[in-house]
Write a protein that binds this ligand. Structure first.
Ligand code: SF4
Length: 281
């Protein structure tokens, strides 16, 4: 593999001593200016690394995104995208979900798991949208979180991607990564959202969420992060949590843009064995 012309030189890997110094500085209370500069560098690197970041659920309307997001709980986006074309054709409006035959709807969403709960949520969502909002999905956080099946995370996904209102989506990837980045130590998703929000320009909240989630799915995995193939390594206090050897780390990098990710990390084809895991995000 050769480095694409559009991929500038990687920032390079830090020494264990430099990472330890950074981790110590963060643990002792990183000065605000230093933190702002470090986060700014990481945001720029995330933007350059995940140029293809986007909402991976297929939808054309706010209601479709709400339905897809409800179905994505405990399921992959890819699995949801397999069932939604037929679902959206069969149930185009909130009223259609409100009046759905429960058994038929359950069968339609069965492959996404927890199908009884999900069918329940969709029928409840349809009824509430019809009764309270005249059949149109509302566009405020306060109204969205009052609807069946829609929590704060889902509401932020809908706001950011269907209504263009900046929102931070704290899913399992986002929470894990921002703690590894040393951006916050909070565990509760709402506290994470409030801690991280001020570090990111508001207009960038939605896209930063996608980029961080992409990084979590493709590079910074829960069990074995690909530290030696990570473009954020120089500013990450958790560098070394996974393999730092570029060859071993390269084998952990996944996804359709794997070649570009490795090139940005300065890893050439000869040093990058085939991925050990499949490409599923
Ligand atoms: S892969 Fe390693 S270096 Fe990169 S963000 Fe995750 S923990 Fe930090």
């Amino acid at each position: 593999m050769s480095t694409p012309a559009s991929a500038p030189a990687p920032p390079g890997l830090p020494s264990p001593r430099a990472t330890a110094r950074l981790a110590r500085r963060i643990a002792e209370g990183e000065p605000p200016l230093g933190r702002a500069r470090r986060v700014g560098r990481m945001l720029r690197e995330l933007t350059a690394t995940h140029v293809d970041a986007h909402c991976e659920l297929d939808f054309t309307t706010p209601l479709e995104l709400a339905v897809a997001t409800i179905l994505s709980a405990q399921s992959t986006d890819r699995g949801v995208n397999l069932v939604t074309p037929a679902l959206f054709a069969r149930y185009p409006t909130a009223l259609d979900y409100a009046q759905a035959d429960r058994a038929e709807l359950e069968a339609a969403v069965r492959s996404t798991g927890f199908f009884r709960n999900k069918a329940n949520s969709l029928i409840g969502l349809g009824a509430a949208v019809v009764e309270r909002h005249g059949g149109e999905l509302p566009s405020t956080l306060e109204e969205l979180v009052e609807l069946p099946g829609i929590g704060r995370k889902t509401a932020n996904v809908i706001l950011g991607n269907a209504f263009g209102v900046p929102g931070i989506t704290v899913d399992t990837h986002f929470g894990r990564l921002v703690r590894r980045f040393g951006w916050t130590t909070e565990e509760d998703p709402v506290k994470v959202e409030h801690a991280v929000g001020p570090l990111i320009p508001k207009r960038e909240w939605t896209m930063t969420s996608h980029r961080v989630i992409f990084h979590g799915r493709r590079v910074c995995h829960a069990r074995k992060p690909a530290c030696g193939a990570c473009t954020l390594a120089a500013d990450c206090p958790s560098f070394g949590l996974g393999p730092v050897d570029p060859e071993k780390a390269a084998a952990l990098v996944k996804g359709p843009s794997r070649a570009f990710l490795l090139a940005r990390a300065g890893i050439t084809e000869d040093a990058a064995p085939a991925p050990a895991l499949d490409d599923a995000p």
